[in-house]
Design a protein around this ligand. Structure first.
Ligand code: NAP
Length: 299
């Protein structure tokens, strides 16, 4: 239980509702900032505006998937008011306070570092990333279906990268009956991909290997589907780039060649906000218990 723990939520999207629900069930004392248009009312939860002293005495601050932008702006789909997280807010936090977010831009880390406040990035964790890869792969399949006139079953589908997202993507395609090619750079990934029934190849051979594909899913967060590679991609191919912005595809050149290439960020929050919210809620509640309750021996 989180009885007596003071938690402030600043902004977010539908995923945050699952987190609020979970922490409320665990009896945390919750303040919502930037939720003025939220219809739902929770028992014992206070809604306030982003005033100067809004974080005074809070143990925990929970920010959205992308904590702030480069200027400190916190996004909220539940408010029209602009919210900027500033030094005057963080300065009010007690020294033991922690800030939890999906991923933090340098603005947020620098701001918190100044006051010795720890920032925890949930999307850096393997468990969260692996769970998140499930709605990501489902969203990518949805986009592939919406943008093609052929079935995934029987298609030559290529997945670039064999990390947390790439493995789930490849397995999901395999489950639908696609022939799955997996681009890797390490021999151990090559071996594992082969063991799992995929057709592995080394990324250095990407140019040759794209010649006969129907779908391409990229998870490598660096420029990988270059203009040169695109010159060898058939026109029927749809490229779905899952890597974080700006993706790993030369979108300008793909458009010039008439190849459909789609950058598809933030799929878990779009296609399955409830499940994605639960992933965050479960991890966050465990972390808070470990960090605040077990540490103090107040179990
Ligand atoms: P990950 O586990 O680190 O996997 C990344 C993969 O890319 C690894 O196989 C890595 O190979 C490979 N790679 C990296 N740089 C490479 C290079 N220069 N050449 C060849 N291979 C390279 O990361 P992840 O969790 O799967 O996430 C992948 C990307 O998807 C990230 O940008 C993440 O932000 C994004 N993402 C997007 C969504 C969405 O909704 N679109 C959802 C979740 C994640 P090694 O193992 O050899 O390093």
């Amino acid at each position: 239980m989180l009885t007596g723990i003071e938690v402030a939520f600043i902004g977010g999207d539908a995923r945050q509702l699952e987190v609020i629900q979970k922490l409320s069930e665990l009896d945390a004392t919750i303040t919502l900032i930037g939720f003025d248009n939220l219809q739902q009312d929770y028992n014992g939860i206070t809604k306030v505006e982003m005033k100067e002293d809004v974080l005074a005495g809070k143990d925990i601050v929970i920010l959205p998937a992308v904590g702030t932008d480069d200027q400190g702006k916190v996004e909220s789909i539940f408010s029209k008011n602009e919210m900027i997280l500033q030094e005057l807010h963080i300065a009010q936090l007690p020294a033991h306070a922690k800030v939890y977010t999906g991923m933090a831009k340098p603005y947020l880390t620098n701001l918190c570092n100044q006051y010795g406040i720890e920032v925890i990035e949930l999307f850096e964790r393997d468990d969260v990333s692996i769970y998140n890869s499930i709605p990501t792969a489902e969203g990518a399949i949805m986009m592939a279906i919406q943008n093609t006139d052929f079935t995934i079953h029987g298609s030559q589908s290529m997945v670039l990268g064999f990390g947390r997202t790439g493995i789930t993507m490849a397995r999901t395609l395999q489950g639908l009956g696609a022939h799955v090619l997996v681009g890797v750079r390490r021999p151990e990934h090559y071996a594992r991909a082969s063991e799992m029934g995929f057709m592995p190849f080394y990324i250095k051979d990407l140019y040759e290997r794209v010649a006969n594909i129907d779908l391409l899913f990229n998870t490598i967060p660096t420029m990988i589907v270059t203009a040169q590679v695109i010159t060898n991609i058939p026109h029927r191919v749809v490229i779905i780039d899952l890597a974080s912005r700006p993706g790993g595809t030369d979108f300008r050149f793909a458009e010039k060649r008439g190849i459909k290439a789609i950058l598809a960020p933030g799929l878990p929050g779009i296609v399955a906000p409830k499940s994605a919210g639960r992933i965050i809620a479960n991890t966050l509640s465990q972390l808070i218990e470990e960090d605040f309750i077990k540490r103090d021996g107040v179990e």
